[in-house]
Design a protein. Structure first.
Length: 355
């Protein structure tokens, strides 16, 4: 295996972290098939790993918010260097205007799949000790957290909430596309906010994912068994769709059954595929006549990480078994080949690196 040099603190606000574990996702698998990702300049390799949990082992002299022993989850995106990029200068590199942002473990900066990593305190989030066993899920959960923040902002264009309950999603129906980790964590976040949640995904049920989804009070529906028209009958009017499947066909199909004033949020990043037919005129007509909003979102800002940490505690209270079961397996580093290049199994697979 590659010997990557051990990192050291070089700036007073930096922190040295011992990696505990790293989650594997579709992005990592795509990087390993060269469909995605970019190594650092003048490097012929990229250290993977963007979903990490670690423990602080050393702090620079000007670190104020972290102490040795703290559990931390790092963010992924780093700002572009351009003075005119208002978003990056604001600490909102998730809305970078230039495209010259970097992402640890994905785009031009090495990731966290190492024994130690060094990061500026500004990019680290403290996690309560009680979340030790599930905190590796914070990063994938930020996808849903940012999506939800966007949803409320978009819907502030009208009086969306019907006031039928104490939570903002009360009385509303949400559809989650896909039952991978981003979909399941998104379903949990939507349930916490009071939505009625359907998860529409291919695999024929019952299966472990459908069991998990149904156990938390969402309803799993297999798109292989239940076609679009029958699905629409089951759900009734759909107020929002949270796409977490990365497949265009099913996404554009479900877009057809979105309700008036509805919001469709894309989070999946499909690889390039041959063109497929979509009913473009029908959709365009509907988007206009139904005041629909279709938005994309990529993660994530600091608030999304903070919200994810808060929500994970809530998930742990409500569904202790289900949230643990989102992590399908913990593996030693030696299993990397199977995890990254073999057939995808389970929900979230994790590589254990340290304590
Ligand atoms: C990561 C995000 C990243 C996105 C695009 C996802 O897998 O979780 O942090 O922004 O890929 O590169
Ligand atoms: Zn990921």
């Amino acid at each position: 295996m590659l010997q990557h040099p051990a990192p050291a603190i070089t700036a007073p606000t930096e922190v040295r972290i011992k990696t505990i574990e790293v989650g594997i996702c579709g992005t990592d698998r795509e990087i390993c098939s060269f469909a995605y990702g970019t190594p650092p300049e003048r490097s012929d390799y990229l250290v993977l790993g963007h979903e990490a949990l670690g423990r602080v082992v050393e702090v620079g002299p000007r670190v104020t918010g972290l102490r040795v022993g703290d559990l931390v989850v790092p963010t992924v995106r780093r700002p572009c260097p351009h003075g005119h990029c208002v978003s990056c200068r604001d600490g909102r590199q998730d809305f970078c205007f230039t495209g010259d942002f970097t992402e640890r473990g994905i785009k031009m900066v090495h990731g966290y799949m190492t024994e130690f990593f060094v990061e500026d305190e500004a990019h680290l989030n403290v996690v309560p000790a009680g979340l030790r066993d599930i905190a590796v899920l914070v990063e994938p959960l930020t996808v849903a957290e940012k999506a939800l923040t966007q949803l409320w902002q978009v819907q502030s264009r009208l009086n969306w909430s019907d006031g039928s309950g104490p939570t903002p999603g009360a009385g509303k129906t949400a559809v989650v596309l896909g039952a991978g980790p981003v979909g399941i964590l998104g379903a949990m976040a939507l349930l916490v906010r009071g939505f009625r949640v359907f998860v529409y995904s291919r695999s024929t049920d019952p299966n472990p994912k459908s069991d998990l989804v149904n156990s938390i009070g969402a309803r799993y529906v297999s798109s292989d068994k239940v076609g679009l028209a029958d699905f629409a009958d089951l759900t009734g009017p759909i107020d929002m769709v949270y796409e977490a499947v990365g497949v265009a066909k099913i996404a554009f199909d479900v877009m057809k059954i979105l309700r008036l004033n509805g919001v469709f949020i894309f989070t999946g990043i499909p690889a390039e595929q041959p063109a497929i037919p979509v009913e473009a005129d029908t959709l365009m007509r509907q988007v206009v006549l139904k005041n629909q909003a279709i938005i994309g979102t990529v993660n994530a800002d600091r608030d999304a990480f903070q919200n994810a940490i808060r929500d994970l505690s809530e998930f742990q209270k409500r569904w202790p078994a289900a949230i643990r079961n989102v992590i399908s397996g913990r593996h030693p580093m030696e299993n990397y080949r199977e995890l990254l290049l073999g057939k995808q199994t389970g929900i979230k697979q994790v590589i254990t690196i340290g304590q």
